[in-house]
Design a protein around this ligand. Structure first.
Ligand SMILES: [Zn+2]
Length: 292
């Protein structure tokens, strides 16, 4: 009898696990540098993770050029550690690929690597920059992900990694560039409740948010020395404004009343490659839009 009870329990619990796996959304965010994913989608990632969904951040370069005093392997090591800590604070997996910062090109080997990463994660949604950014590494990350958008389903390409059964939805993260066309906020996520978590993740990238970016931006003297004060400064510094177009999109997804209360948001544009989602499908892939 006991044998049957145990058998039943094993069967029952494995059905539970399978069901949980089926309900879990799988998101992969691909950025050029260790901190780009956090900047582009940190608040959205935290919302997904807090709901029990699986999020992975991939930095295509190791960030070994992003500092005014340090560089090379030592800097890459420091940035990998910062990325791991940021991932821990957001509840996401963070992987840093070993390509030099500032020298990224959209080569075939890296395209195949990106295809494998998207397949291995079995992604439902892929988020990456648009290929018209000011920074060549950002631009080519955009190109690499675009180049992978169809190939993830082609079995003869990177045949060592099984192709995806369903092409993911590919999204661009927000930018302010106007040419050849301005960014279109198709999906805008209210991140007011996870903004502090996003700031905590950015705070982990010390070499960037408190050292390199203020130095290259010419505002290094504004950064407070005290760790509590500098985090407060970072939060102020990273508050984004919501454009009228983004506000309109928020109204579409959340309704007018809730949209008016949104203080912080992250926006995404649907890429023409990959699966073209219906409104229904977008609501399934972004369940936080339904939380009204
Ligand atoms: Zn970057």
């Amino acid at each position: 009898m006991l044998k049957y009870v145990i058998l039943f329990l094993i069967l029952f619990s494995s059905i539970g696990i399978i069901k949980a796996q089926n309900d879990t959304l799988r998101i992969i965010v691909i950025g050029a540098h260790p901190d780009d994913c956090d900047l582009d989608a940190g608040g959205t990632a935290a919302l997904f993770a807090n709901m029990g969904h699986a999020v992975k951040f991939v930095s295509v370069t190791n960030g070994d050029a992003g500092h005014q005093e340090q560089g090379g392997g030592m800097l890459a090591k420091r940035r990998i550690a910062e990325a791991q800590e940021a991932g821990r604070r957001l509840g996401v997996t963070y992987e840093v690929l070993d390509h030099h910062d500032g020298e990224l090109l959209p080569t075939l080997p890296i395209r195949l690597e990106i295809i494998r990463k998207i397949r291995e994660w079995n992604a439902d949604v892929v988020i990456a920059p648009r290929p018209n950014d000011y920074h060549p590494d950002h631009r080519y990350t955009g190109v690499l992900v675009q180049d992978a958008a169809y190939m993830v389903g082609v079995p003869n390409v990177a045949p060592d990694t099984p192709p995806l059964q369903k092409n993911p939805v590919f999204l661009y993260s927000q930018d302010g560039f106007q040419r050849p066309n301005p960014f279109r906020p198709d999906i805008v996520v209210d991140i007011t409740e996870t903004f502090d978590q996003k700031v905590a993740a950015l705070d982990a990238h010390e070499s960037q948010v408190y050292e390199w970016l203020p130095w290259i931006g010419g505002f290094a003297d504004e950064v407070p020395q005290d760790t509590t004060e500098r985090k407060k400064w970072l939060a102020e510094n990273r508050k984004g404004s919501i454009s009228p177009e983004a506000r309109k999109s928020l109204e579409k997804w959340y309704g007018q009343e809730r949209a008016a209360q949104v203080q912080q948001a992250e926006a995404f544009e649907i890429c023409e490659y990959g699966t073209q989602p219906s409104e229904e499908e977008i609501k399934r892939l972004f369940p936080m839009l339904e939380n009204q």
